[in-house]
Structure formats: structure tokens, C-alpha cells
Design a protein around this ligand. Structure first.
Ligand SMILES: [Zn+2]
Ligand SMILES: [Zn+2]
Ligand SMILES: [Zn+2]
Length: 141
């Protein structure tokens, strides 16, 4: 192994170890030639809890997106990763059944194809505050 990669491997493992923590820190940058790197995360300016950039809300009614999908034919609820309704597949006998759609549990808005209903959250998941900020720390290897 190339010595640089060898050296880097330790660094990469260390970064991984630190960022794997449920604390949600993200590696922002490692300073070239130094044994330091910065960890950064967005937090709520009010309660200081993690402001997840992966979480989404309904654009129309501002309700949290619960990562569920629904089959419009039989109203079965599925997790986000399920694309086709299992019940409708069976009934029909066809290979492709009914496609599940992302739905807002509050207003019932559906996200289909081009129309994006769910957008990154604009409020704190925990306290409802609408402002976030960044917190950071410097770590060394
Ligand atoms: Zn169905
Ligand atoms: Zn909604
Ligand atoms: Zn908050």
C-alpha cells in the first residue's frame, strides 16, 4: 500500500469512528499538513438539538414527513422504500401492481413524479423553532 494511503487510512478510520456516533457530526474539512479537522453540524438556535438536513416537511401544511407511502387503490400503508403495493399485486395477477405514493399524513397531499411536495424542514423537529445555526469543534488525530 502506498505510504500516503496508509497514513490516510488511519485518518479515515478515525474520522469514521468519530462521525459514526449518533451525535450526527459531519466532517467538514481536514487541514492539509495538520493533524486537525473540523466537525460541523446544524443545530436548532433555540434548543441546540440536531437539525437534520435529511428530514422533510410537507410544503403545503408544514407537517413532518413520516416517510410513509400509500397505495391509492387499497389504502395500504408502506415504508418509504416500498415501490409497489403487495396486496394489489396479488389480486390482479399482473406483474406490476399499483405504485405506492408518498403522502402527507395531515393534508393528504401526494408526491408523484415531478411534483415535489416534501421539502427539507424549515423548523426544528423537537421544539418547532424556525432558526438554525452551526456548531463546530476541532479534533485532532
Ligand atoms: Zn394496494
Ligand atoms: Zn401536508
Ligand atoms: Zn429546537
Amino acid at each position: 500500500m502506498h505510504t500516503l494511503i496508509k497514513k490516510r487510512k488511519k485518518v479515515i478510520n478515525k474520522m469514521f469512528e468519530l462521525t459514526e456516533k449518533p451525535d450526527n457530526w459531519e466532517v467538514y474539512l481536514s487541514l492539509e499538513g495538520k493533524n486537525e479537522f473540523a466537525l460541523l453540524k446544524p443545530v436548532c438556535s433555540e434548543c441546540q438539538k440536531y437539525w437534520s438536513v435529511n428530514r422533510k416537511e410537507c410544503f403545503l401544511c408544514k407537517t413532518k414527513y413520516y416517510r410513509i407511502k400509500i397505495c391509492k387503490e387499497c389504502s395500504s400503508i408502506y415504508p418509504e422504500n416500498v415501490t409497489w403495493c403487495i396486496n394489489c399485486d396479488k389480486k390482479d395477477g399482473k406483474k406490476k401492481g399499483t405504485k405506492t405514493v408518498k403522502i402527507c399524513i395531515n393534508c393528504g397531499a401526494e408526491e408523484t413524479g415531478r411534483s415535489k411536495i416534501f421539502v427539507p424542514i424549515t423548523f426544528c423537529w423537537y421544539c418547532g423553532n424556525r432558526e438554525n445555526e452551526f456548531t463546530w469543534k476541532i479534533k485532532s488525530f
